[in-house]
Design a protein. Sequence first.
Length: 544
Amino acid sequence: MAGVFNTFLLTGMLLCGVLLQTLSQNRARVDKRPNFIIILADDIGWGDLDTNQVDRKANNTPYLNLMAEQGLRLTDFHSPASTCSPSRAAILTGRYGLRNGVTHNFAVRSVAGLPLSEVTMPRLLQQSGYYTAMIGKWHLGHNGPYSPTNRGFDDYLGIPYSNDMGCTDKPGYNFPQCLPCDSSVPQVIRFKRRIHEGCYSSVGLPLFENSSIVEQPLDLWTLTERYTSAATRIIHNARERGQPYLLYMALAHMHVPLAPPVPPDARRTGDGSVYGASLREMDSLVGAVKSASDDVDQNNTLIWFTGDNGPWEKKCQYAGSVGPFVGKWQTSRGGGSAKRTTWEGGHRVPTVAYWPGKIPANTTNSALLSGMDIFPTLLSLAGVSPPTDRHYDGIDATNVLLRGKQTGHEFLFHPNSGAAGTFGDLQTVRTGKHKAFYITGAAESCGGATGTQQLHDPPLIFDLEHDEAEETPLDTGTPEYRALADRIGRRREELLWDIATDTSVSIGDYSADESAVPCCDPTQAACRCHPPGRAWELPGSHKD
């Protein structure tokens, strides 16, 4: 009997061992799926990255320089739009604004956001077993079902819209200057634009943790430190979670108001040192995130740094550099040629991808790519298939990142997103080295000039290989021009027809109401809310 029992016991132990080994192997397979860190800078110029500058005199982005040396610099990478909300919506859905319904910015009073019919990248990764966290600016709807934790993120820490869309007690550097919040008069919940000032609202800028306001108005001068701490905590907790993660960091940099540590002389003179100091602060944040990722899971984490659009030219010394992409055709006629325009300076953004052992080090690639491509690329790398009931405009850039292929978009369309004309118009078309303008117009420049909208039929076509400043369009009388105009025009009409007949197109709701303004306590000035002694939990720190 003892022998039978021992045999039974041994058999059970062997079966248990096999089961544990199988579970361990399954767990290992899950763990091998890559982690993703997407870092999205706000209003950053192509020329702000040191490695994109010809003379390399500046030393504002040493950590990003190192990341480029150890990874891949994408030199022809474009934001999906030239302003905040449309760009972010396209990144998270892989679809043009004319499909996803987000064609211009949401406001403090917006009752809605990214249409609920849209499927987001974090939602798909979350459903496949990823832990998903977001830090930073959302700007895709801050009420109820439109908030980040209802669109695919397990945890969120950040601001609901741009950092100039609410007052703060200690304003940062802006032009025109934003005055401090009124600290004495109780806040009546109504949207009140501060005329001739740099703030959109007298309601304090709120800091959200998941669905709750934890500080209002927030302290801009400590925001970078908070974001850095939250990011490193999330990354270091990833190993304990035993699951791959997506960390989406939508930085406050380089959007005004800037709030960096700066030398006293810069405070006095406003000589541009403030912007350089902000770049260095942003770069240090990126360096801290990279260091934490390298410590935890270096060979299994893709870090992708890019921007949501070009610099906000009207902010003068507090705006970034477009590098050589100055849009001379437009600037010679008045108006700006960066953010809110479809000149190259408005949407060509500095981009670096880093993944040791996967992405070849110290490489550059000039494939024509867009922020929309992040959606299909990350899903492909994670082994996740997107829903088949809708059309996508992004392409899988895996071969570009990992194998150095130079194949990007054959045609890439740039929508007007804030300067002139109807929101969402497919204003320009890029193919190869050529770019065609069907509509021109410009945002306000540093000097206050604004270009007037012009329709072009036939379109203006520039050769970016020989005219990156977009100064002199091709002669319309040449056979080369006629062939290009015909080919580009056909493709543009095909896309417009495809969108018009696409049953998956969403319609954005841009209605506004005073009740939608985020406010933690309407009885306090500027909706003031500083919970005393609260040790609040950073995203990623809770235990399941």
